[in-house]
Ligand binder design. Structure first.
Ligand code: BTN
Length: 325
């Protein structure tokens, strides 16, 4: 069985959505017999697809397997650039490591690296990031924006807005953003973002935006130590969430918002970010490497720097910290 034809057939049916496509039409389009089409359908069923055969009308996909393989994500993907190249792996140490390597080898702007399982998933400050098989979205996106290196942290905020919008579009859930990179439900974290930089004297060579979304975990799937501080979209919505759709929506909104940022600067993104913020107006503790400050988070600057007012009335610009609400 020619696996490429089977994949192309799946893409064709996924793009047709609820509209059935007749066996004859597929046979004509793919230049094979109707019997061959039927055999490919059986192959797809073995791969985990549920295919409905609608009398006199043809085939349509009722359910696709819960996999993030490139051809599945790329079928009906709405982007122009992000995700046109996807490196998919069943397993890797960290998609960040793979993306750094690909970026150095010249991978194009918008390349996406996705893994079903990471054995050494990492978060900010070199913390471990639990990345169990098939339960979340573990991906890194290579961007090559023409902006100075000091603007790189703003992309974390841009990505956060894109993810909140994507979660809302797929699940209807309203998440909030804790500065700079956590996406929360209440006080529990569902998503983390890790933005890393490759730069030289000429400026940014590549930004690697790592995104980890807890999608379908149950409480017991999290390590005991994080069960009270982590959550998943399934736990929040009470339903299994389609990871493929969520990846597609994240890439779609990331493209929209990075384009907006490049065209109009950070100002419109700042407004969107503030609209989803869990931090602004709250009493917070900011733990930094040298000191810890407590005060009211008043806002973020045009550069995405957190403004914290301490009890003595002083306003502090926080560039990097762990924030406790
Ligand atoms: C954080 O909250 O500290 C950031 C977590 C980022 C996790 C993602 S999962 C995909 C990518 N690969 C990694 O090893 N980390 C990021």
């Amino acid at each position: 069985m020619n696996i490429t034809v089977t994949h192309k057939l799946a893409t064709r049916l996924l793009e047709a959505g609820t509209e059935p496509v007749s066996g004859q039409q597929l046979a004509d389009e793919f230049g094979v017999s109707r019997t061959a089409i039927w055999k490919h359908m059986k192959e797809l069923e073995e791969m985990g697809y549920e295919i409905e055969s609608v009398r006199k009308k043809g085939y349509r996909i009722q359910k696709s397997p819960d996999s993030l393989e490139a051809f599945l994500v790329q079928a009906d993907l709405k982007t122009k650039k992000i995700g046109k190249r996807i490196e998919y792996m069943e397993q890797c140490a960290s998609t960040q490591i793979v993306a750094h390597q690909l970026a150095q080898e010249g991978a194009p702007d918008g390349t996406v690296v996705i893994a079903e399982l990471q054995t050494e998933g990492r978060g900010r400050l070199m913390r471990k990031w639990d990345s169990a098989k098939g339960q979340g979205i573990w991906m890194s996106i290579i961007l090559r924006p023409d902006v100075p290196p000091h603007k790189a942290p703003q992309f974390t905020l841009v990505a956060a807005v894109a993810i909140v919008r994507a979660i809302q579009s797929v699940t209807g859930l309203q998440a909030s953003i804790k500065w700079p990179n956590d996406i929360l439900f209440g006080t529990k974290k569902a998503t983390g973002i890790l933005t890393e930089l490759q730069s030289d004297a000429d400026g940014i060579q590549a930004l690697i935006i790592g995104i980890g979304v807890n999608v379908n975990q149950e409480r017991e799937d999290f390590d005991a130590g994080v069960q009270d501080i982590a959550t998943s979209l399934r736990l929040e919505s009470g339903e299994l969430v389609n990871r493929r759709e969520l990846v597609q929506e994240i890439l779609h909104f990331l493209e929209i918002y990075t384009e907006l940022y490049i065209e109009k600067g950070f100002a419109p993104l700042k407004i969107l970010w503030e609209g989803h913020s869990a931090t602004i107006g709250k009493a917070v503790r900011a733990r930094m490497s040298r000191e810890t400050l407590e005060g009211i988070a008043e806002g973020i600057t045009e550069d995405g720097v957190l403004q914290l007012r301490t009890a003595d009335g002083k306003l502090h610009g926080i560039y990097s910290a762990d924030i406790e609400l």
